[in-house]
Each structure stands twice: as structure tokens, then as C-alpha cells.
Design a protein around this ligand. Structure first.
Ligand SMILES: Cc1ncc(C[n+]2csc(CCOP(=O)(O)OP(=O)(O)O)c2C)c(N)n1
Length: 684
């Protein structure tokens, strides 16, 4: 059955096989244009999906674009959330929204988030992006279908690499245990994942036998033969009360349709440039069928609106102070993740070090451990997309005397596997180094599911764990060197993806557990030369107007805020770089509170990981009894993230230097007002 009218139950449009073929081809073209407009995204695993999408959304599933919540609709859950553009194309072709809107993909405020969000776009059944969860959601939906005697089918789209997530197999068991013959799993078996071939990263085959042995029916099809796909899906849907869930195993080619993308792992998470897009459209025979220049223009116009909105939201001063804007001290930029890779490259000869791969090795630079060092390969253990098992395996490796290191997106390194970290690593006090890569907003357009904004709550809250949040690539390397070889016990380091300002030098002091004081001292071309940095324990009070206590990439923002405050108001600022969040430098915080009386915390995280610890220290500190201290917190305000460029998100989340400076002036104003009041009372 094809697209429906939910009220009359009439068929609105039934696509022929030829029309479906054309639709799948056009979907590929629009996919390329949308990805090119976004400048990031997943080309390979969306191009492999288009016949499945066309068959499902235009032929097999019952749904009504005008009534997305129609209760008799078939449900389609996208467990593989990174394939979001393919989902959006299915909805767009079915008529849920004007297709051209898709060029706002991955841009700020767009309904077309980097990973699907059901609250932003009608037709999206479930928010996803963290792999391995969708089949469980689909099981829940199918269970309700059974309980309530409904007739619809619940489809769930997964990747083959994704099958490495153990939770999928829990859901597979549940599907057969509860005889969910209203449940259809679909695997896009394109045989590639991020780090390479699935069989090499962590073999999942034989998938058909495995699903059968778990009590499922399996239909295997050529995923690019639309007739086979449509018939297979129809069969899976119609299986007369069989008491078994069905798997459609679709053999596909990653990057299908664009010769230079086909079967190339590097195209997993890449968007085409303009020239690559045009070449791709040519190969698809679509160069004259899609008005790509007009679409890109629409995207650029949308982007301008976003920028205007952001600009209007920003605090304003007498001039612009953005990084490398004229008149502001300049900075070099480097991704902090580079410091992580450098440390592993430098120290990796130590035979105790073993690195665990979680299918994101190049991007987080853990691959530097073995790049150009084949002799280390046997200490490289690829675990696939299996964060929970890898975490507990790391505990086992540590138990046998190894120093295991694993890392992935901060949210998958510290949240997905939290119980394993808590019980297997921290409770047993094992020497495991966990890298929360791409922390904070730095994964930008990937959106909320990938932005680690809560990881520090959990990591700082765990007994035995130490936590470092270095401020730039150089400090990341130093923190890594210390954690890797000197600190014994559970340890978490959090760093960013995007290039962030370099604000330390090789000879800048770094003592784990001791904060640094950074003071703006002079006019200089480079921020790094305009400031002096000393250990907090060696700093003497200069009676500054305020302190900004910051960690990670907020340290450079705090330095820029200090510059704004000096230029605009003549205020002197003590910036405290809390590169070690746990154990935190209590003494430096108490002194800052006592000696400056105005304290602003700055974190690229939900407010609290730093702010509440600092205010806890201040309120608990007996030395501060009777000393008035006023505090303010800059951080993410209890909300989920959004797709957008990292520098846009810094503005949107209100965590820029400008926001820090604004908060500081507010607090200084209040503190001064209070002093004035007291003076007046005394005078009377
Ligand atoms: C829990 C989790 N871990 C890691 C990632 C990062 N990630 C996104 S896509 C991907 C590879 C997926 O491979 P596969 O399932 O084969 O999809 P396809 O190759 O079809 O794109 C990974 C590791 C994630 N999104 N979620």
C-alpha cells in the first residue's frame, strides 16, 4: 500500500517500479546538494539507502504526510541516526515539506538536524544518533501495537556496523520472545563503517544466520534492485501472523551512484565540495534536473538570517572583539584533539599501553598511536561500535597490568557506558584512561545527540576518578603525558574537535591539580604574549576587580573577556585555568573569591559541573565566613544542543567571551552598589 489519506483511507499515490527508481536516483542528487550546502554530513551511508527509502516511504509504508500522527500509520524508526538526510528525503518526497527546505540541513535552528529530532520535524518517529537504540524503541512500539490489537507495522532501519552494539541483540531477543510479527528490522549491509570494513573492525557476520538463530525470519535482497526491495518489504509486512519478527537484509554499496564515493570508507562522514557535488550529479545524470545553484543560494540566504539572529542576541560593546577581529590580540588555532594524538604517538612505545578503537579512530586522533608504527599494531584492539563492552574490557586489561586507553565522542565515552565506568573501572579502581573527545559544542552540526554537555557531571561525581579538561592542544598533550604514565587509577580527559585558540606555550607551567592564574599584562599582537601565566600557588594578590574561573576551551574565552573588560571598563581580571577538574584546586578558588569578591565561572557544559563545585567550595569555606562574594555562572542553561557551527553555538548557548564580560559587569555593578549602600549607611 502506498501514500494514504488518513481520513478517507484512499490511496493518494501508488508509485510504479520505474517511478520508484527515478525517485531513488533523484534522492541521491538532493542528498549531494544538501550535504554540500551543509558542508558536513554522511554521504556514504545515505547514498546506500535510497532504494530502501524510496520503496518504504513511497510504496510500502502506510502513512499520510498531512497527518503524521495518524494512529494507523506504519512506523519507521531510524536507529542509524547519522543517515538522517535519507530519512528527510523519504519524508520530503512523500510530501511532508517542500523538498527545497532540505538545504537548511545541519544549520542552526533547522528542523533538519544532523541527527533526527522528533520534536523538530513531523514524520520523525524517534530522536536518534546514538547507535544501537532504535530497535529497542521499535520493540516498545510494536509491543503496544500487539497490546492494543493494532494492524500497523513497525520498521527499524539500522547499519551493519551498528550491529556491533550489544543492545541491538537484547532487542533482537525481545522481538522473538514477544513474537513481534509486526516488527521489521532493515539492515543496510554496505559492509563499511568508519574505521574500514566491518569484517576487519569487528565482524558481525553471518547476520542472516545470527538473526535466524534468535528466532527471526530473514529476507535477503539486493538493496539496489528496487523491485526486490519493495517486494521484500511488502512480504515482511504481510507475513500472516507468523509469530516472528522479520529482518530485511539489504546488500548495498556505500556511496552508491557516485563512482569516487563507492566503497570508500573515507566518504562515511564527509560532504562533497561544490565540484564534487557537480561531478556526482553528472554521474547520476541529474546535472540538468536539479537546480543546485538556486538551492545553494537558498541555503546561503538561510545562513545569513541565522547570522543576523545570532548577532542580535549578542551583548554589544563599543566595537567587535571576536577572535582575530581587528584590534583584538590574535591567536593561532589548533584542535585540542591533536594534543591527545601527539601524546599517544610520543609515549606509545611503553609496552603497557594498549589502545581500544571504537570506530572513530582517525577523527579523535587515537590512531596516532599506531600511525607509522606497525610494531604497535598488536597493542591496538579494535572493539567496533561497542562502548559498553570496551569499557569493561578495559577494566580487564588493566587488571592484567596494562594501561588501556579508549576514546570516542565524549557522550559515548562517558554516558553510554556510565555503569561500566562506575562499577567495572572506578569501583575496582583500575588504571584506565578514558578520552571524551569532541567535547562540548565542538561537534557542531552533528547536533544534540553528539554534543557532550553533561559528561563532566558524571565523571567528576565518580569516586576514584580524576578529571582533566585542558584548555588547548599543548595543554592537552601535557595533561595526557601526566595521566598516561604518572597517574595510576581511573582518569578522564575531555577535549574538543574543532580548532580552538592556543593560549599556552611549551614552558607554561602545568602541575596536575594546581590551577594556573592568567593575567592580561600588556598590549601585544598575540593574546599569548599579552598575558602572563603562573601557578596559582605562586601568585600574589593584585586586588583585581574580578575572577573568571574557567576550564577547557572557555579559558581562551575568559582571556578574551578579560581583554574586553579592560578595554571597555578598565577592569582587571584574574583568570583561573582549572585544567584539573578533579581534584580541583580549592585553595586557588578560595583565594580568588576572597581577594576579588566577584567570581564568574565559565564552562562549555551544562551549568554546574564547574559552577556548582566552585560555589560549593566558596560556601563551605570557613576562611570566607563573613566575606561577601558574588558569583555568576556562564554555561549551557539546561537545554539540549542544536546543529550549527561551533562558533555559532558558542553564541547561541551564550557562552562567549562577550557573555562572560556582560555577566561580569552586572556582578561588579551589584558589588559596587552594595559597597556604596554600606558607605551611605555608615555615613549616616
Ligand atoms: C553509540 C555511538 N557510537 C558511535 C557513533 C559514531 N558513529 C556514527 S556512524 C558510525 C558508523 C556506523 O556504521 P554503519 O552502521 O555500518 O553505518 P553506515 O556504514 O551504513 O553509515 C559511528 C561509529 C554513534 N553515532 N553512536
Amino acid at each position: 500500500m502506498p501514500l494514504m489519506n488518513a481520513f478517507s483511507k484512499a490511496v493518494v499515490r501508488d508509485f510504479s517500479i520505474e517511478e520508484l527508481e527515478q525517485a531513488a536516483c533523484l534522492m541521491r542528487g538532493y542528498d549531494l546538494v544538501a550535504l554540500c550546502a551543509a558542508g558536513s554530513g554522511h554521504a556514504g551511508g545515505t547514498l546506500s539507502m535510497m532504494e530502501i527509502v524510496a520503496a518504504l516511504y513511497l510504496k510500502v509504508a502506510n502513512h499520510d504526510p498531512h497527518m503524521p500522527e495518524w494512529e494507523d500509520r506504519d512506523r519507521i524508526v531510524w536507529s542509524a541516526g547519522h543517515k538522517a538526510p535519507a530519512l528527510y528525503l523519504g519524508l520530503g518526497f512523500a510530501g511532508y515539506f517542500p523538498l527545497e527546505d532540505l538545504v537548511t540541513l545541519r544549520k542552526l535552528y533547522s528542523p533538519f538536524q544532523g541527527h533526527p529530532h522528533r520534536l523538530k520535524l513531523p514524520g520523525v518517529e524517534a530522536s536518534s544518533g546514538s547507535l544501537g537504540q532504535g530497535l529497542s524503541i521499535a520493540v516498545g512500539m510494536a509491543l503496544v501495537g500487539k497490546m492494543e490489537g493494532q494492524k500497523h507495522t513497525v520498521f527499524c532501519i539500522m547499519g551493519d556496523g551498528e550491529q556491533q552494539e550489544g543492545s541491538i541483540w537484547e532487542a533482537v531477543m525481545e522481538g522473538s520472545h514477544y513474537k513481534l510479527d509486526n516488527l521489521v528490522g532493515i539492515i543496510d549491509r554496505n559492509r563499511l563503517q568508519i574505521d574500514g570494513w566491518v569484517k576487519d573492525v569487528m565482524n558481525v557476520e553471518p547476520l542472516a544466520e545470527r538473526y535466524r538463530s534468535f528466532g527471526w525470519k530473514v529476507i535477503e535482497v539486493d538493496g539496489h534492485d528496487i523491485r526486490q526491495v519493495a517486494e521484500g518489504l511488502q512480504k515482511a509486512k504481510n507475513i500472516p501472523v507468523s509469530g516472528k519478527p522479520t529482518l530485511l537484509l539489504a546488500n548495498t554499496v556505500k556511496g552508491k551512484g557516485v563512482s569516487f564515493m563507492e566503497n570508500v570508507a573515507g566518504w562515511h562522514g564527509r560532504a562533497p565540495t561544490y565540484d564534487e557535488m557537480v561531478k556526482g550529479l553528472e554521474e547520476l545524470g541529474l546535472k540538468n534536473n536539479i537546480a543546485y545553484d538556486a538551492l545553494l543560494k537558498k541555503a546561503a540566504e538561510y545562513q545569513k538570517e541565522v547570522e543576523a539572529k545570532l548577532e542580535a542576541k549578542m551583548p554589544h560593546f563599543s566595537r567587535h572583539y571576536w577572535w582575530n577581529a581587528e584590534g583584538t590580540p590574535t591567536v593561532e588555532m589548533e584542535p585540542t584533539r591533536k594534543g591527545f594524538g601527539k601524546s599517544l604517538a610520543n609515549n606509545g612505545d611503553d609496552e603497557r599501553i594498549v589502545c581500544l578503537g571504537l570506530d572513530i579512530s582517525g577523527s579523535i586522533t587515537i590512531s596516532e598511536f599506531y600511525n607509522g608504527k606497525p610494531e604497535r599494531k598488536e597493542r591496538w584492539i579494535s572493539m567496533g561500535i561497542a562502548e559498553q563492552s570496551a569499557t569493561a574490557a578495559a577494566a580487564g586489561l588493566a587488571r592484567e597490568g596494562k594501561i588501556p586507553v579508549f576514546g570516542t565522542y565524549g557522550t559515548f565515552a562517558a554516558a553510554r557506558n556510565l555503569d561500566q565506568i562506575r562499577v567495572s573501572i572506578c569501583y575496582g579502581n583500575f588504571n584506565v584512561l578514558i578520552a571524551g573527545a569532541h567535547g562540548g559544542v565542538s561537534v557542531g552540526p552533528d547536533g544534540a545527540t553528539h554534543q557532550a554537555l553533561e559528561d563532566l557531571f558524571a565523571m567528576c561525581g565518580l569516586p576514584n576518578m580524576v578529571v582533566s579538561v585542558p584548555c588547548d592542544a599543548i595543554e592537552t598533550r601535557k595533561a595526557m603525558d601526566y595521566l598516561l604514565l604518572e597517574h595510576v587509577g581511573p582518569k578522564y580527559i575531555r577535549f574538543a574537535r574543532e580548532a580552538t585558540p592556543i593560549v599556552t606555550k611549551e614552558d607554561t607551567p602545568f602541575v596536575f591539580g594546581t590551577a594556573n592564574v592568567i593575567r592580561l599584562r600588556r598590549q601585544a599582537e598575540q593574546m599569548i604574549d599579552a598575558c602572563d601565566t603562573v601557578l596559582a600557588s605562586e601568585y600574589y594578590n593584585e586586588h583585581e576587580d574580578l575572577s573568571i574561573i574557567a576550564c577547557g576551551p572557555m579559558v581562551p574565552e575568559a582571556m578574551r573577556a578579560a581583554y574586553i573588560l579592560k578595554q571597555e571598563f578598565g577592569y582587571e581580571t584574574r583568570v583561573l585555568n582549572i585544567h584539573t577538574m578533579k581534584p580541583i584546586d580549592r585553595d586557588a578558588i578560595v583565594r580568588a573569591a576572597k581577594e576579588t569578591a566577584v567570581v564568574v565561572t565559565a564552562e562549555e557544559h551544562q551549568i554546574g559541573a564547574l559552577a556548582w563545585r566552585v560555589s560549593g567550595i566558596i560556601t563551605e569555606s570557613l576562611e570566607l565566613f563573613g566575606t561577601p562574594v558574588i558569583t555568576g555562572a556562564i554555561g549551557v542553561k539546561d537545554r539540549f544542543g542544536d546543529s550549527g557551527a561551533p562558533w555559532e553555538l558558542i553564541k547561541e548557548f551564550e557562552v562567549s567571551a562577550e557573555h562572560i564580560a556582560q555577566k561580569a559587569t552586572e556582578l561588579i555593578g551589584i558589588a559596587k552598589g552594595k559597597k556604596e549602600e554600606e558607605r551611605m549607611v555608615l555615613a549616616h
